[in-house]
Write a protein that binds this ligand. Sequence first.
Ligand SMILES: *[C@@H]1O[C@H](CO)[C@@H](O)[C@H](O)[C@H]1NC(C)=O
Ligand SMILES: *[C@@H]1O[C@H](CO)[C@@H](O)[C@H](O)[C@H]1NC(C)=O
Ligand SMILES: *[C@@H]1O[C@H](CO)[C@@H](O)[C@H](O)[C@H]1NC(C)=O
Length: 316
Amino acid sequence: MTSATSFLIVVIHLACIRSGDSSEKFVNLECNEESHGVYGQQSLLQCNVKAVKKVTILTVTWKRVEALLLEYNQDTFNPTPGFKFAEPSWNKKNTNVSLLLTNTKMADTGEYTCMVRTDSGDDTATTSLSVTAKYITPTMSSIPETNIEENTGVTIFCNSTGGQQKGSIRWFDQFRNDWTRSAELVAKETEDGPFSLSSKFKVQKATSSSTNYTCEVLNVNGAVEGMASFVIQFAPRDSGRKADKLDSDSTTNWLAPVVVIGSLIIGLLAALLLFKRRSARRDHQTDTRHDGDVEAEVSLCPGLNSDSPQDQRNSL
Ligand SMILES: *[C@@H]1O[C@H](CO)[C@@H](O)[C@H](O)[C@H]1NC(C)=O
Ligand SMILES: *[C@@H]1O[C@H](CO)[C@@H](O)[C@H](O)[C@H]1NC(C)=O
Ligand SMILES: *[C@@H]1O[C@H](CO)[C@@H](O)[C@H](O)[C@H]1NC(C)=O
């Protein structure tokens, strides 16, 4: 017998057992066996009501070690802060009775019980939650915050919380030089278990050629769990000169088209005048005078004249 057929037989066998089970029960509450949550984030405990026909839910009760977390009973909700139905607008026709923990704590670890009563029968199921802690993306700040002068000292902070064990923080500048040894780390254990880290790095002489600093949060195993970058806010340099430049820039902005248009108009007028004078002369003078006319025109441009090849030959 191949492994595939033996698998099939096992599946059929299981299906028979299950259908035999549910023939006694009209309603089944099916929950995920285990869920994994992360400290400070949302956790979802999945439970769904499975029924052969449409059911109306009368009550839902979520508990952890006898502590009531969430209750729905005949159209009224009784939630504990931090716990709610995962379905945003849950109602009695919705068979997804999953529980959402809005801000998971280490203490939320454990076994949860869900009890459901419907118009077609009741069921109870359990599910468990394990919580791990991870450092969150660090937040950065500096003292002073802004208007930092060239070549003065700046202290940059990099803070993060949430780690299960004492982690560390590494510092880099924008050229990826490692400054970790110049930084001071303070690690504290918070009441709820996880660690909070604050690293202080003093830039002795901040210069605007290197403004971007990056910090990385590492867990106890040296894996990076979060990083952030910070740009030192320098005082705006020679703002007076900048304003002047802007001013003259805007002057040239409107001056340029005016000059171009103006010279075009003047050029056109001059051409018009010349044309009129020439046509007037042509009307009154004979063709023999024409050559002299051209000569006179050329002599109007002495620069052009002296550059002519003939003149150059003469000067040699
Ligand atoms: C139940 O609802 C939650 C929240 O909307 C959703 O993430 C989950 O997938 C749902 N479960 C099922 C089996 O539909
Ligand atoms: C980081 O922690 C230090 C020391 O506790 C504090 O002075 C600083 O304001 C914190 N920075 C941020 C961004 O939370
Ligand atoms: C600062 O440097 C980091 C890492 O090199 C980069 O991801 C980030 O975009 C930089 N920020 C700015 C404002 O240049």
